[in-house]
Write a protein that binds this ligand. Structure first.
Ligand SMILES: Cc1ncc(COP(=O)(O)O)c(C=O)c1O
Length: 324
C-alpha cells in the first residue's frame, strides 16, 4: 500500500512542515511505548471531506490519556479543531488522520509523569488497509499463537502505543504464515480481535461480536456496525465466542477505521461460508459506505464536514498542563 506524505503536521499548537515534526531520540515514548494515539478517517463526500465519528475518536483519545495518566496541554475543543485544521491545511479530499500524544524527552524513569507531553496530528492519503481487493473478495487470515493481553496486564480499551507490540506480533506471525491478518484469542481462549480490527461472526441467523471483557479495543467502527446491523433488523449479540465458531460460521468480517468492513473468506485455511463476501456482510458494508461517503442520510450525526466547521479561537482554547 503506497504511503503519501502530506505537507503539514499539527504539532504542539501549530502547523509545521512534515519534515520538521520531529522528537528527540531520548523521548520516553521511543523507549517505553508511552504514547496514546487515534486512527480516524475522512471520506470524500459531495459536500467535501467529512471526518467519520470525530467526537467519539476525540473522546476515546482523551479517555486513553485519562487511563494512562497523561493529561494533554490542550483543551478538547482545541484538539478537535486541530484535527479539522490539519485536513483542511493539507487540502485532502479523503485521508487517514493520526493524532498522537507522547511523553517526550525528560529522563528515563519508568514513571513518566514529570516528562513533557508532545501532541501531534498527522493527516495523509491512505488506501485500502488490507489490500485493494479485500473489501470485495475477502481476506485469508489465521488464528494467532499470540494472545491478547490479559485484563490485568494492559488496559485493552486504551489505544496506547506500547500495547501495539502485541498487535505487531500477531501481524508478523500472520504475514509469515501467508495470511493478510491474524486473529488473537483472549487470555481465556475466546476470540478477541485482529491486530487492528474488531471481529464479527454471522452464525445461525444472528451476528455475534466479542464483548469488551475479551480484551478488545472499543472500536468505533464496531459501534457504528452494531447500530447499522440492528437498524437493518439483525439480532446483534455481544458474547464470548469460542474459536471453533469461526470455522462453522456463515460469515466472518473485520471492522476498523483502517480495515473498514472487510469480509474474511478463510481462517486457518478453512473456507468460511461460501468463501467470499456474504450477504449480511455485503448489506452492512453497503450501509456503512453509503453513510460515510455522504450518499445516505447521516441519521446518527457521524459526519463532520470539514469545510463547514468554524474553528474557535486558539488563545481561549489553550489550557495549562494540570499539576501532577
Ligand atoms: C487493536 C484494535 N482493535 C480494533 C480496532 C478498530 O477500532 P476502530 O474501529 O475504532 O478503528 C483498532 C483500530 O483502531 C485496533 O487497533
Amino acid at each position: 500500500m503506497a504511503f503519501l506524505k502530506s505537507h503539514s503536521i499539527w504539532m504542539n499548537g501549530k502547523l509545521v512542515p512534515w519534515d520538521d515534526a520531529t522528537v528527540h531520540v531520548g523521548a520516553h515514548a521511543l523507549h517505553y511505548g508511552s504514547s496514546v494515539f487515534e486512527g480516524i478517517r475522512a471520506y470524500s463526500t459531495p459536500r467535501g471531506p467529512a471526518i467519520f465519528c470525530l467526537d467519539p475518536h476525540v473522546d476515546r483519545w482523551l479517555g486513553s490519556c485519562k487511563m494512562y495518566k497523561m493529561p494533554l496541554p490542550f483543551s478538547r475543543a482545541h484538539l478537535r479543531d486541530a484535527i479539522v485544521e490539519v485536513v483542511r491545511a493539507n487540502d485532502l479530499a479523503s485521508c487517514y488522520i493520526r493524532p498522537i500524544a507522547l511523553r517526550g524527552f525528560g529522563g528515563f524513569a519508568l514513571d513518566p509523569r514529570k516528562y513533557p507531553v508532545d501532541v501531534a496530528i498527522l493527516a495523509f492519503e491512505w488506501g485500502k488497509y488490507l489490500g485493494p481487493e479485500a473489501l470485495e473478495q475477502g481476506v485469508d487470515v489465521g488464528v494467532s499463537s499470540w494472545r491478547r493481553m490479559a485484563p490485568d496486564t494492559f488496559p485493552a480499551m486504551g489505544k496506547i502505543g506500547g500495547q501495539y507490540i502485541n498487535s505487531q506480533f500477531v501481524a508478523m506471525e500472520a504475514n509469515d504464515h501467508g495470511y493478510v491478518e491474524g486473529i488473537a484469542l483472549d487470555v481465556n481462549g475466546y476470540v478477541s480481535e485482529g491486530s487492528g480490527e474488531n471481529i464479527f461472526v454471522v452464525f445461525d441467523g444472528a451476528i455475534y461480536t466479542p464483548p469488551l471483557g475479551s480484551s478488545i479495543l472499543r472500536g468505533i467502527t464496531r459501534m457504528a456496525v452494531i447500530n447499522l446491523a440492528r437498524e437493518l433488523g439483525f439480532t446483534l449479540i455481544e458474547q464470548n465466542l469460542p474459536r471453533e465458531m469461526l470455522y462453522v460460521a456463515d460469515e466472518v468480517f473485520f471492522t476498523g477505521t483502517a480495515a473498514e468492513v472487510t469480509p474474511i473468506r478463510s481462517i486457518d485455511r478453512v473456507t468460511i461460508g461460501a468463501g467470499k463476501c456474504g450477504v449480511v456482510t455485503k448489506q452492512i458494508q453497503e450501509q456503512f459506505f453509503a453513510l460515510v461517503e455522504g450518499r445516505a442520510e447521516d441519521r446518527y450525526g457521524w459526519l463532520t464536514y470539514v469545510n463547514d466547521v468554524t474553528l474557535a479561537s486558539r488563545a481561549e482554547m489553550r489550557i495549562a498542563v494540570p499539576a501532577e
